[in-house]
Design a protein around this ligand. Structure first.
Ligand code: BGC
Length: 572
């Protein structure tokens, strides 16, 4: 805003967010596209590792003769350690990518961090596509993983910061929808190329990903930066411009001034509670405060990390990984042992389709019933459906003739699908929605990064340990594993009931205030009653816009400058 000026906040709680145009909604929704990376990248590796051509290329084993014995054919697989390495290395890259992404997003901005995530991802993708040896593939996977880590963490941050409060949950749920589409697409592409006897079998599915990087990178290049990032940097002119752009309003609009003043006042307030000093101290801030205090940074960080951990411990990826494991002849084949559906791809298709089709209802439910209710409801639904699968499994299970009991097997598959549907409409989207909303601005990017890293960490642990849990040679849980997931879902429900606050319909700044005033269990009834702008005195004294000083200093400057600037809403 050329020339700067002074903005004055509002004491009216209904005016702390500007009205939004359709174009602005579409801009926010576009960012959800980032979910495709997440889904597609986790989706293709499993299928590729089961491809004949890929196995020959990476192990130098010769194809078994068509009349070879089953035992000989079973030897034609990637060694277990290679499968673990290729699967685990992605999570390793994403874990570290998500961890450092927060820092980068505070330094260069949310938008540029996502764009650099796309570039990093592209470099990894080039190596993966070019690779004919394990070493190159592993390095490529690690680098691509780091890119996915950047993108998966910062997209959530960016979307939460720019989305209007009324539809923030629905828009972030759109990200989850894109994850599910990514998984589905990966399954379909792998299916289409799996029988090719050339490098196209694995190169085509990998190379398709360039398209995602190109679309997201180019799109974000044209979108505005998060205004909250500029506020954090003290670049208030830029913040005003970015806010006007994401709301589709003229920069002079009073609505834009009111919203911006509220963001600034909240940030000032947060800094007055926990001042930012050195780099390490700012990391330590994520763990500041008492665990018993719902508003403390420590509690919020643990909530984000815990929420993503519980999302993984619902066992959803057990189902998806097993669909995939079937495609590459894993030692443990849970679904084929169910004997009703013999084609592994069909099973994957069913589970991934149920996942895709059940997600859109969450766009509506997350705003209608709220995050907390959905987590409690969905968790309870998963407990019931997983226990039913477990009970059917042990009562008329494989050892007791379920291989021939089609009704029992069909019931198990039906309840597995109900379980997926419960996840897809509740814990899938809500875990992402909530981590974007619970952190105060000074630690938001790191908090979201830490929470996303927790998702990838547990994702990796589950991918590694579940085969051993089911395998007859190890824990041999077989269908009893559903009792384990069901019991973990009970913990998820308790976690949501005691620890997750209701954030529906509140601005990110109001969430801050709500956490200070009520416990999560009483959060649903909390209504905003004051604005930060009023409490920090910005309604009368205003904030000068032209400064680029770090905001910690601006309270003082504000007082000095407002003595010379007119106390009006005019900002140009
Ligand atoms: C989870 C992933 C999971 C996917 C399934 C995401 O929210 O974080 O681990 O594979 O949902 O749709």
């Amino acid at each position: 805003m050329a020339g700067g000026g002074v903005i004055h906040g509002t004491a009216d709680t209904s005016r702390i967010e500007a009205p939004v145009t359709m174009k602005a909604y579409l801009m926010c929704a576009f960012a959800a596209f980032g979910g495709i990376f997440f889904g597609y990248d986790t989706g293709w590796m499993g299928g590729i590792m089961g491809m004949k051509f890929y196995i020959r290329q990476y192990t130098h084993l010769q194809y078994p003769a068509s009349d070879a014995s089953a035992a000989t054919k079973a030897l034609f697989v990637l060694p277990g350690w290679q499968q673990s390495l290729l699967t685990g290395i992605l999570s390793c890259g994403t874990f570290f990518g998500a961890l450092i992404a927060g820092d980068i997003a505070d330094r260069i901005g949310r938008r540029w961090t996502i764009i650099s995530g796309c570039l990093t991802f592209t470099v990894g993708c080039i190596l993966e596509t070019a690779s004919t040896t394990l070493a190159v593939m592993v390095v490529g996977r690690l680098i691509a993983g780091a890119g996915v880590g950047f993108i998966s963490a910062i997209i959530i941050l960016y979307m939460s910061e720019i989305a209007p409060k009324k539809v923030r949950g629905a828009l972030v749920a759109g990200y989850q929808f894109c994850i599910t589409i990514g998984i589905l697409l990966a399954n379909c592409v792998v299916y289409a190329t799996q029988n090719r006897d050339d490098t196209g079998s694995y190169r085509i599915p990998i190379a398709i990903q360039f398209l995602w990087a190109l679309i997201l990178g180019t799109g974000l290049f044209m979108l505005p930066e998060s205004p909250r990032y500029f506020v954090k940097k003290g670049k208030l002119d830029d913040a005003a411009r970015a806010l006007a752009s994401v709301r589709g309003q003229p920069i002079e609009s009073e609505y834009i001034q009111d919203e911006l003043a509220e963001i600034i006042a909240n940030h000032e307030y947060e800094l007055s509670v926990v001042p930012q000093t050195t780099y390490f101290a700012s990391w330590a801030n994520c763990f500041h405060g008492k665990i018993t205090d719902p508003a403390s940074n420590l509690r919020r960080t643990l909530m984000g990390i815990g929420l993503q951990m519980m999302q993984q411990l619902t066992g959803i990826n057990f189902i998806f990984y097993y669909g995939k494991l079937l495609l590459f002849c894993c030692r443990v084949v849970f679904f084929t042992s169910l004997n009703t559906i013999r084609n592994p791809f069909l099973i994957s298709l069913i589970t991934t389709l149920v996942n895709v089709l059940s997600t859109p209802i969450s766009f509506w439910m997350v705003e209608k019933f709220g995050r907390r209710n959905l987590l409690i409801f969905g968790g309870t639904g998963m407990v019931i459906s997983q226990y039913i699968v477990g009970i059917v499994g042990v009562t008329v299970g494989q050892d007791k003739g379920a291989d021939t009991n089609k009704a029992a097997v069909s019931a198990m598959i039906a309840f597995i699908c109900i379980n997926i549907s419960m996840f897809a409409s509740t814990w899938g989207p809500c875990a992402w929605v909530v981590i974007g909303e619970i952190f105060p601005l000074p630690i938001r990017s790191r908090g979201v990064g830490l929470s996303t890293a927790s998702n990838w960490f547990w994702n990796c642990i589950i991918a590694i340990i579940t085969p051993y849990l089911v395998d007859a040679q190890y824990a041999n849980l077989s269908s009893k594993i559903f009792f384990m997931w069901g019991s973990l879902c009970i913990i998820s429900v308790l976690f949501a009931y005691f620890l997750v606050p209701e954030t529906k319909g509140l601005s990110l700044e109001q969430v801050d205030r709500m956490l200070e005033e009520v416990s999560p269990r009483h959060s649903r009834k909390w209504v905003p009653h004051s604005t930060f702008a009023a409490e920090m005195g910005l309604v009368e004294k205003g904030v000068p816009l032209q400064g680029t000083a770090e905001l910690g200093d601006s309270a003082q400057e504000t007082e000095q400058e407002t003595q010379t600037l007119p106390a009006s809403k005019e900002i140009v």
